[in-house]
Ligand binder design. Structure first.
Ligand code: GAL
Length: 419
């Protein structure tokens, strides 16, 4: 039964996109104790994080064998389609990556994931994570996943040499200062100083501008209907965003976040707005000359998202999956994973001294900053809303029609938001 499900899943994937295991690139014991872990962490810092977690899993669950079900593509742009087909056809992996918040609730409402409240009691996890995060994993009183981390979305990464050559010596702290810095870099001969990728990376950039122009409270209200997408402040933010695109690479719609990151590493761009998985990825790729700052104008706001792991209904190896989940939630698992992934541990008992400098600063900020959820990474938005928002961003990237973008986002929010 177990093998036939896996074969069916692999056959399905061949017709769509190939997971790592179907490429033969990873270990699959094909014995009864394989645990297929489905993620989109296939390369660079993401893979380094996964590998570190697998190392702890091997120690904590010696009777189980990790099977890599990763499907490459930033933010799950390919993985989520493959996963949706597998869940619909009754061929789930043993565990899969899902973002805390609205995205996780999609799987809960569809009856695709199991209640893990008993595991939280058994493994003493209720006290291990911040209450607010647990609320984002809970639906109707039941907890449905185990968080691996907390990522910060609203960070700008820089190429220090490009900035030094352009004479940009301080980090901009407002949109005006950001435009001035972009102008300076442009005058130094860099044609497209802001590296941007496709749809979801554009949504992240718009979200950061909205936080600056609306403030954290009104920003958060955009995703639940409390703030009007057609309001004047959103029009101003969208104009600022449109102006930012004049500094961006023209081929953005064809690039994943790592392709845009390459522009930064090659010195063809000075800035990239991206989640802090970029710290891990730059480290993994050996690029040392980078800096970072909170997106200009975001002040003390920490835009968060969290990766969590689930137990799918009818998982072929539920015992193995539970052992994986226990590792994910453990202090050792969180440290191994997050020191490599750029994120901070979800556990509150972690010691910052065990983390690299970037994560130490993020851990400090997480405690004091105003927290707002990310739409592009599922904390604030269901998958339907993420998809509609991504399409609206891709359309705007070409037509630059502000009213039409505001209308599309207003319509998508009312269509996909129930509360
Ligand atoms: C996010 C995910 C991160 C990172 C990023 C880029 O959605 O939460 O862990 O993998 O995508 O792929």
């Amino acid at each position: 039964m177990r093998l036939s499900r896996r074969i069916a899943a692999a056959a399905l994937a061949i017709t769509t996109l190939l997971p790592m295991s179907a490429c033969g690139g990873n270990e699959d014991s094909a014995d009864g104790d394989a645990v297929e872990v489905f993620t989109w962490w296939a390369d660079g810092g993401e893979k380094a994080g996964l590998d570190a977690l697998v190392g702890v899993f091997a120690q904590q669950c010696p009777d189980q064998t990790f099977q890599n079900g990763a499907v490459a593509g930033g933010a799950g742009s390919n993985a989520k389609q493959v996963l949706a087909s597998r869940l619909q056809t009754g061929a789930p992996p043993d565990t899969f990556q899902a973002h805390a918040g609205a995205e996780l609730v999609d799987y809960v409402k569809a009856g695709q994931v199991e209640n893990l409240s008993d595991a939280y009691d058994q493994w003493a996890l209720r006290q291990a994570f911040p209450l607010g995060l647990i609320e984002n994993l809970t639906y109707e009183g039941r907890i449905y996943s185990v968080p691996a981390n907390i990522h910060r979305a609203n960070v700008v990464w820089t190429n220090k040499k490009v900035l030094a050559d352009a004479g940009v010596t301080t980090a901009p702290t407002s949109m005006d200062e950001f435009f001035a810095a972009l102008d300076k870099v442009k005058r130094s001969g860099i044609e497209a100083p802001l590296a941007v990728g496709k749809d979801w990376t554009q949504l992240m950039l718009l979200e950061a501008v909205l936080i600056s122009d609306l403030g954290p409270h009104k920003f958060a209200g955009l995703w639940n209907g409390a703030t009007d997408w057609k309001g004047a402040e959103v029009t101003k933010a969208t104009n600022d965003y449109k102006r930012l695109l004049t500094y961006a690479n023209d081929d953005r719609d064809a690039l994943d976040w790592t392709d845009a990151e390459r522009l930064l590493m090659n010195g063809r761009a000075a800035f990239q707005l991206m989640g802090d998985w970029e710290a891990a990825d730059l480290d993994a790729k050996g690029f040392k000359d980078y800096g970072y700052f909170t997106f200009p104008g975001n002040g003390e706001t920490f835009q968060w998202l969290a990766d969590s792991f689930t137990l799918p209904r009818n998982a072929p190896n539920p015992d193995g999956a539970r052992c994986w989940l226990k590792t994910v939630g453990s202090a050792a698992g969180q440290q191994a994973f997050n020191t490599q992934k750029g994120s901070i541990p979800a556990r509150i008992d972690a010691d910052p001294a065990n983390y690299p400098p970037y994560q130490q600063s993020a851990m400090a900020d997480w405690k004091t900053a105003t927290q707002v959820p990310s739409c592009a990474h599922g904390a604030a938005c269901s998958q339907g809303l993420q998809g509609a928002a991504n399409s609206a961003m891709a359309k705007f990237s070409t037509d630059l029609d502000i009213a039409s973008l505001q209308n599309a986002l207003a319509q998508a929010t009312s269509q996909f938001t129930t509360s």
